[in-house]
Design a protein around this ligand. Structure first.
Ligand code: NAD
Length: 349
């Protein structure tokens, strides 16, 4: 196994790993351990070039610093990427080799599930390292995070509705939901229970039809979701969907959803702001997922109460962000970033 340190400005530690015996290769990026050990999932996917995998790890690990800090967790930000096709290249040997990479970092980085990974894979990784969460079983196993993620997003939608429409009551409000996977389906159920009307889409047309039936929702084609008439748009599929093409199409008063990296660029936060659309920053809205994983890393005994308190804290943070954005006349995304910066560099504030 070769583990080489790479110099990456703005990151505390970045390593490249290569193991010829198992075919493992990739990167671990530790952006910050200032608030605690770096935590963030491991992603396995193919990349055109290793430099793209490195870029992904650097960008995602920085995102984890912001997400963990916004959720007030004693955790820093890190992320790992394994280069390869998870359906063809993933073997127990490769996962165990990755576990040795994580162990070699001595607890500076905690890994968990991300794209291309399953709880069973975490168990394989866990045969070689203690610094793994998202395990399928065990005393602190945290299970599927998506119901908690959805609860956090639902809370964010209520706060955003209060700021935009004067009331957090969602009955009679219309919410458009893009992506009906693990998070999107749970979110639709919460919104439906709260009396909201739903406009839904997914590239999986079977899932769209099923949920349209279950929630008496209006189903639209994937491309039609941006121009759908609604009060709030909740992106819960992929990143980069708020961009110079989609933003002019929106017919909503606010955007609050769970997908990671919804803004294609920082300029898109300003674009939404200029249109008078309140944008609930994604890394605050979807923090429930990492709160759930944190119970495993931090070995929290009274899990339910602890998660409840953290979700309430996230809701208050969102409220503070939207209030400050309004007072200062700036985008909530800019405020959210600066709140995290203040936590990371209190002396500079
Ligand atoms: P998932 O894979 O279960 O669901 C995603 C859904 O989006 C799928 O049904 C897919 O068919 C659909 N989709 C993909 N592209 C689409 C498109 N262009 N238009 C419409 N639908 C499309 O994933 P998930 O776990 O539900 O996560 C959803 C988003 O939330 C992701 O961005 C993820 O990174 C983020 N997130 C998830 C969690 C969690 O707890 N699962 C936590 C934090 C953030």
């Amino acid at each position: 196994m070769e583990i080489t340190t790479i110099d990456a400005p703005d990151h505390e530690r970045v390593v490249e790993f290569k193991d010829a015996a198992s075919g493992l290769s990739g990167f671990v990026a530790i952006h910050s351990t200032q608030l605690g050990p770096a935590a963030g999932g491991v992603r396995m996917r193919t990349y055109g070039h290793p430099s793209e995998a490195l870029d992904d790890a650097l960008r995602l690990s920085r995102g984890m610093t912001y997400k963990n800090a916004a959720a007030d967790l004693p955790l820093g930000g890190g992320k790992a990427v394994i280069i390869g096709d998870p359906t063809a290249d993933k073997t127990p040997r490769l996962l165990q080799a990755f576990g040795r990479v994580v162990q070699s970092l001595g607890g500076q980085y905690w890994t968990a599930e991300d794209m291309g990974m399953t709880p069973a894979d975490m168990a394989q990784i866990g045969t070689e390292t203690e610094y793994v969460a998202g395990l399928p079983d065990g005393p602190f196993a945290s299970g599927d995070p998506s119901p908690i993620t959805a609860r956090g997003i639902f809370n964010a939608i209520r706060v955003t509705a209060r700021h935009r429409f004067g009331s957090a009551d969602l009955s009679g409000k219309t919410v458009s939901v893009q992506g009906l996977g693990h998070v999107g389906e749970h979110l639709c159920a919460l919104l439906n229970d709260a009396g909201a009307k739903l406009v839904i889409t997914d590239i999986d047309t079977g899932q769209t039809a099923r949920l349209a039936d279950r929630f008496a929702a209006q189903a639209v084609a994937p491309d039609a979701i941006y121009a759908a008439e609604a009060d709030i748009f909740a992106p819960c599929a992929i990143g980069g969907i708020l961009n110079e093409t989609s933003i002019p199409l929106l017919k909503v008063g606010a955007v609050a959803g769970g997908a990671n990296n919804q803004l294609a660029t920082d300029a898109d936060a300003q674009r939404l702001h200029d249109r008078g659309i309140i944008y609930a920053p994604d890394f605050v809205a979807n923090g429930g997922g990492i709160v759930n994983v944190a119970t495993e890393i931090l070995k929290i005994k009274d899990r339910e109460a602890w998660v409840g308190q953290r979700l309430e804290a996230l809701e208050r943070t969102m409220d503070r962000i939207l209030t400050r954005a309004k007072v200062d006349g700036v985008s909530p995304h800019a405020v959210a970033e600066s709140i995290v910066e203040e936590k990371l560099h209190p002396q500079a504030a």
